[in-house]
Structures are given as structure tokens and as C-alpha cells.
Write a protein that binds this ligand. Structure first.
Ligand SMILES: Nc1ncnc2c1ncn2[C@@H]1O[C@H](COP(=O)(O)OP(=O)(O)O)[C@@H](O)[C@H]1O
Ligand SMILES: [Mg+2]
Length: 169
């Protein structure tokens, strides 16, 4: 089950304004990997070239699982693994998704040196361990908190075009 939390009180929006776009903070609860993949799918289905999403959350929180859903929603293949040892994987689809994992990079990773600005001209990017680079790259931020063995809270601060309409909208 995926549901919006009733209250968004306490969500700090001050650090989530990226690229000048108005962001819409939202919390979603995931009860397992399938929920997380569905959340990702909804984002991937709306993804556009130039979108660059920061994924923040500890090891095993579900960043790669979310990315699998995003890639599927963007029309890409199933073979999304943690690129922790690869740094960068490319998933062609309706929109090409560049999947980056900065875990092994220093705290001040320079993504221009990796060519991120060029990737974003024709594709979108999803970046795990996004804390390690400058916020200026991102037009959306997703923070994952581990609440229990399979419960996760997603805090989504996304530009309007990536936000699913509420079920009762
Ligand atoms: N609600 C959930 N969302 C995502 N993953 C979950 C969830 N509950 C359990 N898991 C498990 O947690 C692990 C998440 O791994 P992964 O997506 O690779 O995390 P990360 O990329 O953040 O290190 C997987 O083994 C997955 O099956
Ligand atoms: Mg990962």
C-alpha cells in the first residue's frame, strides 16, 4: 500500500528549492520493495530530459529499488543494479536515465568532470548518495528514512511535472 501521510507538518522545504522551480514536498509511506518500485514508476513515467533527482538515504534504505521503478516508468529495462562499483549506468528508454552512485567518491564529487551536464542535455539522471555533490545539480530531492524492516518513509520534493495527482484530485 502506498499512501500520502495526512500531515506534511515539519517538512523542511528551505533546503529543497533547486533550479528555481517550485517544489511540492510530499511524504509517502512504503510497506515493502513493491511499494517503493511503484513510487519510482510514478516518477519515471513523468520524467523529462534535464531532470536530475537526488536520492538520499543510508545503505539498504531503498535508493536502488526506487531507481528500478523510475527506470521502468521511463520505459527502460529491468536490469538496474546498485552501481556502487560502477559509478554510472545508462538505461535507454522513452527518456534515457543515467544512474549514478557517488558512494565511493569524495564528499565533494565534481559531477561536471563525469559529464553530468552533457547527460542532462538529452536524458535524465538519478543520483544515489547525492549528499556528496552540489545541490545545484538537482531539480528534485528524495529522502528515504528507514522506519522498520520493510517500512520506509519517502520525502519527495519534486517539480510539479513529476508529481502524481492526488487520488481525489
Ligand atoms: N519498503 C522498502 N523499499 C525498498 N527496499 C526495501 C523495502 N523493504 C525492504 N527493502 C529491502 O531493502 C533493500 C534495499 O536495497 P537497495 O534498494 O539496494 O538500497 P540502497 O540502494 O539504498 O542501498 C533491498 O534488499 C530491499 O528488498
Ligand atoms: Mg544503491
Amino acid at each position: 500500500m502506498v499512501r500520502s501521510s495526512e500531515s506534511e507538518a515539519g517538512l523542511d522545504t528551505s533546503t529543497t528549492e533547486a533550479a528555481g522551480a517550485p517544489l511540492q514536498p510530499r511524504r509517502l509511506l512504503s510497506r515493502g520493495p513493491d511499494d517503493t518500485a511503484r513510487i519510482g514508476w510514478g516518477i519515471g513515467a513523468r520524467l523529462r530530459p534535464g531532470d536530475c533527482l537526488a536520492l538520499e538515504g543510508g545503505l539498504g534504505s531503498g535508493k536502488t529499488t526506487l531507481t528500478q521503478g523510475i527506470v521502468a516508468g521511463a520505459g527502460g529495462g529491468e536490469d538496474v543494479r546498485s552501481p556502487t562499483f560502477l559509478l554510472h549506468a545508462v538505461h535507454p528508454g522513452r527518456v534515457t536515465v543515467h544512474h549514478l552512485d557517488l558512494y565511493r567518491l569524495p564528499q565533494t564529487a565534481d559531477l561536471r568532470a563525469l559529464g553530468l551536464d552533457e547527460f542532462l542535455e538529452e536524458g535524465a539522471a538519478v543520483v544515489e548518495w547525492a549528499e556528496r555533490t552540489s545541490r545545484e545539480w538537482f531539480n528534485g530531492v528524495i529522502r528515504i528514512a528507514v522506519l522498520g524492516p520493510t517500512d520506509r518513509e519517502f520525502r519527495l520534493s519534486l517539480p510539479a511535472h513529476l508529481v502524481e495527482p492526488a487520488p481525489d484530485a
